[in-house]
Structure formats: C-alpha cells, structure tokens
Design a protein around this ligand. Structure first.
Ligand code: GLY
Ligand code: MN
Length: 354
C-alpha cells in the first residue's frame, strides 16, 4: 500500500505526497482513528495529528514519525508546509478534490515546495482488494446477513421505522461489527420509493413494504445490502414489482465479471423492464465499489465504461421506485472474479411475507 504510493511518486517525479482523505490515511498507514494527515516522502513517513490521537497513532503506526501540529503552527496546512520545507521537498502531490482553498493557501506558504494536485490516486489502489480486505468485507456482509435474520422477527404492525432501524444497528454490533454508526435506511409503505429515505416515526402498517438498506463496518471494511419485505400478504402489484426486481438483480449479477463494465450491467438490468410500465421508475445508479468507504470506484450506470477487475467488490442494486406507491430494492455485494462473481450477502432474495 505504502509501496504502491512510492512507486507512483517515483513515476510522477514527486518527492512527497500529502494524504488527507480519511480512508486513504487508513489504507496507507493502518491508522484507524480521526484527524490525521500523512506526509510521505521517498524515504520517510510522517503522521500529523494532535494530542488527542498521538498515543493511538504511535501504537498503530510504529514505522511512522508521529507529529503533533498543535502549538507548532496555526493550522495543519502551515505545519505541513514547514515540514515539507524542513525535508527539502520540491514537488509534493496532494488530493485536489478534498483541499479547501484556505488549506491550499496554507500549504503554499512553503517557499520552495510546489504542491501538485492529484485525483483518485490512492482510490485507484483501493479499488482492487487484497485477500485480507476481502476477508474483512466477507465478515461485514455475514454480520449484516445475520442481523437480517434477527430484524425480520421484529417487523410487525405498530413498530416504528426508527425503532427497527435502531434495533438493526444494535444487532449488527452484537453480531460483531465495529461500533461506528452507519446511516441505515429503514422505511416502510409508500415511503419505500425514497431512494435514501430516513427512518421516521411512521409505524409499520399491514400491507406495507419494509425496505432495509443497511450495513456495518468490520475492522473498517463495509457491507451494504438491501432487502425489501412485505408485512402480511403481498398484493398482486407488490408481487409483480418484486418479481421484476428479482429478475433485474439476476440479470445484473450475470454480467458481474472481470472485463465487463457498469454500463453493460445497467443495460442488462433495463432489458428486463424496458417493455413494462415500470421502466420510468428505475434509477440509473445501480451499484458502486465498496471497501473502507461505502461509495467508491467502480460505479455502475449508463456512463461507466471502465472494465471491472478481479477482486473488486461491488454492490448490485437496481431498483424500482414509484412515487406515492412505494419501491423495491434488493442489493447484494459481490466479489468480481475472472468468469463471474461471488455474492458475499447470504440473506435470501425470495419474497418474504411476514
Ligand atoms: N444502498 C444505497 C446506496 O448505496 O446508495
Ligand atoms: Mn449501496
């Protein structure tokens, strides 16, 4: 991980790289907490933080020089500028999609250092997972699937979305996830057409769809899955939409293999519904890479042409969302292989009527 970055620096003639993105800091250094920045040079590695985290950083990153910027400079940017000057760095890469103008101005107080904007460098390394990362992602998906078995026993008329969402989070922690909160979507009835609906005080009613889009973090690695169930007997329309959704997911998963692209998967999903009345209700974003962050490259939709690579982990989540009526989403998280994929989510996709 650090070596990948150094190889990149060498190719680009950079003698330093400043890392600010939270997940990139973790990926490169192994540091798991907050408010830390890395300055990587060809021969040394610095982790800049403040006294709340120095002990934590020392323990997790023994190969790094841990530095406390507080008291030494007015802000992290000026501290990093001083450090770059002290190390004699001439050209330092930084993540230009993240830095504020103020932060950039602070970096530029280094008189002899040029700061070179880069985009997506570490994100590209992160998109292909190592065996250790895959193992953690599998565990995160297993925890979420076990929590599904528990939450469906709690879904009944009268219980509110908020209460169910809170129980779902509790179950995942009890099943072994990290405690870091994750914004679970748990919505019911007509509210299930809200793609990113927030759990409300609405009580579940007979005949509702209940859509659960959720996941957890395990040793920093994320799961993201969705299942939609019916409270009571599904209506004919609910069954029709659910079955179409099942077919869309299956069509997508057939295309999930190395060399195919997000556009190809999207086209497979829409082929299922293009001649039905539900075509206008699909959404074009049908999946995303996932790892230390929930939405990372590669993304899937009509404009995503980049071929998948072996050992990328990607969600598959076409959906049908009918405003005022409701929606159905099923979301899996799959591991890309040469000739197909492995679904890491074991929870059933059959229609559940509770
Ligand atoms: N599962 C919803 C999303 O990824 O946006
Ligand atoms: Mn997702």
């Amino acid at each position: 991980m650090l070596e990948q970055l150094r190889t990149y620096m060498e190719k680009q003639n950079l003698d330093g790289f400043f890392v600010q993105n939270h997940e990139n800091v973790r990926y490169i250094s192994g540091y798991t907490s907050d408010d830390a920045y890395l300055l990587i040079t060809r021969g040394r590695q610095f982790l800049i933080t403040d006294p709340r985290y120095t002990e934590h950083a020392q323990a997790e990153c023994p190969d790094y020089t841990i530095l406390n910027w507080r008291g030494a400079a007015p802000n992290v940017g000026e501290y990093a500028a001083q450090l770059a000057e002290q190390e004699g760095l001439k050209a330092v890469g930084f993540e230009k999609d993240l830095l504020t103008v103020k932060f950039h101005e602070a970096l530029c107080t280094a008189p002899h250092t040029e700061w070179i904007g880069t985009e997506g460098v570490i994100e590209e390394f992160r998109s292909v997972k190592t065996p250790e990362e895959i193992e953690k992602l599998k565990v995160a998906c297993d925890i979420a699937s076990r929590a599904f078995e528990r939450i469906i026993r709690d879904i009944r008329v009268g219980v509110t979305e908020k209460e169910l969402a809170s129980r779902l989070s509790h179950y995942m922690v009890m099943e072994g996830s990290d405690t870091k909160p994750y914004g679970n979507i748990l919505i019911s009835g007509a509210r299930t057409s809200l793609l990113h609906g927030i759990p409300s005080s609405k009580a579940v009613e007979y005949g509702d769809f209940v859509l659960m889009d959720y996941g957890c973090q395990y040793k920093g690695y994320l799961s993201d899955m969705t299942r939609t169930v019916v409270v009571g007997k599904a209506s004919a329309k609910q069954r029709e939409v659910y079955e179409l959704e099942q077919k869309m997911v299956a069509a997508c998963e057939e295309q999930m293999k190395a060399g195919n692209s997000g556009r190809m998967v999207y086209e497979a999903s829409t082929a299922v519904i293009q001649d039905t009345e539900y075509f206008p209700y699909h959404y074009t974003g049908i999946g995303h890479g996932i790892g230390l962050f929930v939405h990372e490259i590669p993304f899937m939709g009509p404009k995503h042409e980049t071929p998948f690579k072996v050992n990328q982990v990607i969600t598959v989540e076409p959906g049908i969302y009918i405003p005022g009526w409701g929606g159905v989403r099923i979301e899996d998280q799959v591991l890309i292989q040469e000739n197909g994929c492995v679904n890491l989510v074991s929870a059933t996709k059959e229609l559940i009527e509770l």
